[in-house]
Ligand binder design. Structure first.
Ligand SMILES: N[C@@H](CCC(=O)N[C@@H](CSC=O)C(=O)NCC(=O)O)C(=O)O
Length: 285
């Protein structure tokens, strides 16, 4: 099992007194090798620390957030580890897998595919919710206190992972999440490919649908730039998330940030607020 798993260290860099490391391992959920990045704050040299899981968006891998969000300084101060998985299995060569940026490689959507040939490998939900935390908690000086956040496709991933797993995360937040994937072009393309034509089956992977059945009301923190081109294109639909929350009185703070786009410049501008949100829930401050 995971305790015996071999982790191959790919790189290691000191950062704000802690360490940023990248590892590769053989993942049973995806049946492929997977790479993840982990930032361990200085405090982890003395005691176990909680973990924030960050799920990135379309076209990303484990590196985008660690290189662009500027989260390490505050994570070091707080004593918070950060783990970034990849956004899809790699190393497979399924039909059309590498043809578009919004489906297949780099676009796993954090679901468990049910449709061939994707169902053999595209099981990113199981990977990020179960396999990766089990591995992280067995190999690193971390506690079982977890939070989750993400951007765009990864914001969708963070929301559904928290909503589907009451008690597993202490807090959740998202930047420009794909809030209502069953009703936007990105989500409809991905869900048709991974989950098939039965739209009823899609609902278990849609945050707006899951809100109404939530057994735990973790307060949602969501930031959205109002100059985000994907907002204008109808891919993100934060208003649907707000409406779904209002309908069942689910707590949400949805902030429309004037002038900000969809990029990591936007994420870097507000990452400290999100880290504070998680640190409070994790009782670090
Ligand atoms: N290439 C595409 C857009 C790709 C893009 O913007 N990806 C975002 C996430 S979008 C939703 O999941 C991203 O995070 N990119 C990586 C980065 O480091 O910025 C196009 O051209 O439209």
């Amino acid at each position: 099992m995971s305790q015996q798993q071999h982790l191959e260290l790919l790189s290691s860099q000191k950062s704000f007194g802690g360490w940023l490391k990248r590892y590769q391992h053989s993942a049973s959920s995806t049946g492929t090798d997977m790479i993840f990045a982990i930032y361990l704050p200085p405090k982890a040299e003395r005691e176990a620390v909680p973990v924030l899981y960050w799920l990135s968006g379309l076209t990303c891998n484990d590196e985008n957030f660690m290189q662009k969000a500027g989260a390490q300084r505050m994570a070091a101060e707080l004593g918070l580890a950060i783990v970034c998985p990849d956004t899809s299995p790699r190393g497979t060569d399924l039909p059309q897998e590498h043809d578009s940026y919004d489906f297949g490689s780099g676009a796993g959507f954090y679901v468990n595919a049910t449709q061939a040939p994707w169902d053999q490998h595209y099981r990113m939900y199981d990977y990020v919710v179960e396999e990766l935390p089990t591995l992280i908690e067995a190999h690193f000086p971390v506690t079982d206190q977890r939070s989750i956040s993400g951007h765009s496709m990864g914001g969708h991933g963070a929301l559904i992972c928290a909503l589907k797993n009451p008690g597993r995360y202490q807090s959740v937040s998202a930047f420009a999440p794909i809030s209502h994937p069953t009703e936007c072009p990105w989500g409809q393309k991905a869900f048709t490919g991974y989950l098939g034509e039965d739209r009823e089956s899609w609902k278990q992977w849609d945050a707006c649908e899951l809100i109404s059945q939530a057994q735990e009301q973790l307060p949602l923190l969501v930031d959205q730039g109002d100059a985000d081109n994907f907002l204008a294109a109808g891919q993100l639909k934060p208003e649907a998330l707000q409406e779904a929350c209002d309908h069942v009185s689910h707590p949400i703070v949805l902030r429309l940030q004037p002038g900000y786009d969809h990029s990591y410049f936007f994420i870097a501008s507000f990452i400290d607020d999100h880290l504070s949100h998680h640190a409070k829930a994790l009782k670090l401050i």
